[in-house]
Every structure is written in structure tokens, then in C-alpha cells.
Design a protein around this ligand. Structure first.
Ligand SMILES: [Zn+2]
Length: 319
């Protein structure tokens, strides 16, 4: 009697590794979560990943497993199986992760970066089900995204397509982590909101923020700015409004570039709720060309399992 095929999904982050034994419908039979211990170096982290995969696999025979799907942060080349870099994971540069894992585990391994994994997860298991054209945007410490177009994940040369957070929205804007100026991420990410909030706390424009951070402006984060804005602080309100405006403009560009059926927005900063979401959607609807204005812009649906489901989704795609 042959049982249904299973996969092992791994969601790799700088602080935690999650893994699940799953069927192709995204139902988890077993799941585990360990700390990454990335600070102990690359080889130690790799050993933990392999050990966690073995643990979650248990006694399931090789023949019942299609393989291991791994979602990793940062840019990677999925065809070459190469992690180009991974934020908060020292030593993870040009790492042939697929080959390393395949040799140690003896199963086929597929890789996806976390933003592309998220859009795959939403497409096959979440709010994007049944669509052929869909964009996922995460607004968090950084801004990233993934694009499904005409029923395929958009990869581009070396798998680097869809870096939506690094589209330039203001040519002479603030410097971005990528080295460029005025990227969407440099203008509206959680990091950018915190930077503006810290400046307002430091120079006395926002007494409320100065109070919330207990006089330590470097402690200001996006959540604090959101809280101050909700309590009526005009400067904090202006910072959030400005970030929402750039997010709206970013979405207009995505509507025009990819003509999606739906845009899903996730990430910690998007959870600021209506404070950010409403002005962002209003600007996107107002500034897009008329034919694009009816496209729904909705919160992402999958929550913390998004990364694992994206890794499962890799085995639902044509190779
Ligand atoms: Zn950038």
C-alpha cells in the first residue's frame, strides 16, 4: 500500500529554524522549532539544520519523501542552489546550500528565498488561491516581495527578480542598505520609520516619542512611532502618513508593472493596521491608471506558517 507523498519544509531565519513534515496540501504531520545559533558560525548552523531535518523526519522512509524545501532569508539563486547572502547569518555568502544538504540528507532539496516562498504559500494555500497573477509585499525591517505572473513564479536571471523594496521612489532620498538612494525600503520600512521617529525624539519635535523611548532615541522602533501616532502625536502621525504614502506609490508601480489580480501585504509594519493600510490603499487607488484601480489590496493570510507553506509549495511546482 503506497501512502501519500510527504515533504519536509524548512523555514530558516537568523534567530529561529522551523521545520515541518507535511503533505502536499500543507497539512503538517509534525513540526519543530529550534534556535538557529547563527552566531556560532556557518558550519554549526548547518549542522543544526541537518539535525532538525532528521528529527522532524523521524522514521519516515526515504521512499515516502519527495524532498526537502528550504526557505532562506536574503537573495539566492534557486536554479544553482546557491545562497548569495543571508542577513543576520554570518558567513552565509555564496553558499552551495542545496548540494551541502543533499549530500548530508540524501533527498532532493529545493530552495526559495523567503519573499518568493511567501508568495508561493499565499498562491497555493492562502488568499491567492486560484489566481494566475498575484503579488506579495512584506513591509517589515526591510521591504521585499514576490511576483506570480501568468501562473509562474517570476525568477528572472539568477533568480533575482521581484526585489520590490529596492525600486527607487526618490532619486535623492536617504541611503539604502543596498547602497542606492531613495529605495522604497529606505523610505518606508520599519527601519526607516524608526529612523525618522528617533530623529523626532532627539530634536524635541515629538515629546511623546521622547517619553515612550525613555529619553533614549536609539530605542525608538516602528511600533513606538505607531503608538505615538495613535495617541495623537502630530509628528509621529506625519511619519506614518509619509511611509504610507511611499508604500502607496510603490504599489502603484507594481500594479502598472505586473497587472496583478490581487496584492497581498504582510510583514510586521503592515500590522500597524488602518493607520498605514488605509492611506496606502487610498494613494494606490488614486494614483494608479484607471484600469488598475479595482485590484484588491489585502492583508496576507498565512501568518507565521507562511515560510513553511512556501517551502511545501516548491514541490507543487513543475521542476
Ligand atoms: Zn535599496
Amino acid at each position: 500500500m503506497s501512502r501519500e507523498p510527504l515533504v519536509i519544509a524548512v523555514d530558516l531565519g537568523g534567530t529561529r529554524i522551523r521545520a515541518a513534515l507535511s503533505n502536499l496540501e500543507g497539512h503538517f504531520l509534525r513540526r519543530l522549532e529550534w534556535s538557529t545559533e547563527a552566531e556560532r558560525g556557518r558550519d554549526a548552523a548547518l549542522e543544526r539544520i541537518v539535525a532538525l531535518i532528521q528529527e522532524v523526519r523521524g522514521d519516515v522512509p526515504h521512499g515516502e519523501l519527495l524532498g526537502v524545501g528550504v526557505g532562506t532569508p536574503g537573495p539566492l539563486d534557486p536554479r544553482a542552489g546557491l545562497v548569495l547572502s543571508a542577513p543576520n547569518m554570518p558567513g552565509w555568502n555564496d553558499l552551495p546550500l542545496r548540494t551541502i544538504l543533499e549530500q548530508q540528507i540524501g533527498l532532493p532539496v529545493r530552495l526559495v528565498n523567503d519573499a518568493n516562498g511567501a508568495v508561493l504559500g499565499e498562491w497555493l494555500f492562502g488568499a491567492g488561491r486560484g489566481r494566475q497573477n498575484l503579488i506579495y509585499v512584506t513591509i517589515s525591517t526591510g521591504i521585499g516581495g514576490g511576483v506570480i505572473t501568468d501562473g509562474h513564479l517570476l525568477l528572472g536571471h539568477c533568480g533575482l527578480a521581484g526585489e520590490v523594496g529596492h525600486m527607487t521612489l526618490q532619486a535623492d532620498g536617504p541611503r539604502c542598505n543596498c547602497g542606492n538612494y531613495g529605495c522604497w525600503e529606505a523610505l518606508a520600512s520599519g527601519t526607516a520609520i524608526a529612523r525618522e521617529g528617533a530623529a523626532a525624539a532627539r530634536d524635541g519635535r515629538s515629546p511623546l516619542l521622547a517619553e515612550l523611548c525613555q529619553g533614549q532615541p536609539e530605542q525608538v522602533d516602528a511600533r513606538m512611532v505607531g503608538q505615538a501616532a495613535r495617541q495623537g502625536d502630530p509628528v509621529a502621525g506625519q511619519i506614518v502618513k509619509q511611509a504610507a504614502r511611499y508604500c502607496g506609490v510603490g504599489l502603484v508601480n507594481l500594479l502598472h508593472l505586473y497587472s496583478p489580480e490581487i496584492i497581498l501585504v504582510g510583514g510586521g509594519v503592515s500590522k500597524m493596521g488602518d493607520l498605514l493600510f488605509q492611506p496606502m490603499c487610498r494613494i494606490a487607488r488614486k494614483q494608479a491608471m484607471p484600469a488598475y484601480r479595482g485590484v484588491p489590496i489585502e492583508p496576507a493570510s498565512l501568518g507565521e506558517d507562511m515560510g513553511l507553506l512556501g517551502a511545501v509549495a516548491l514541490f507543487r511546482l513543475e521542476e
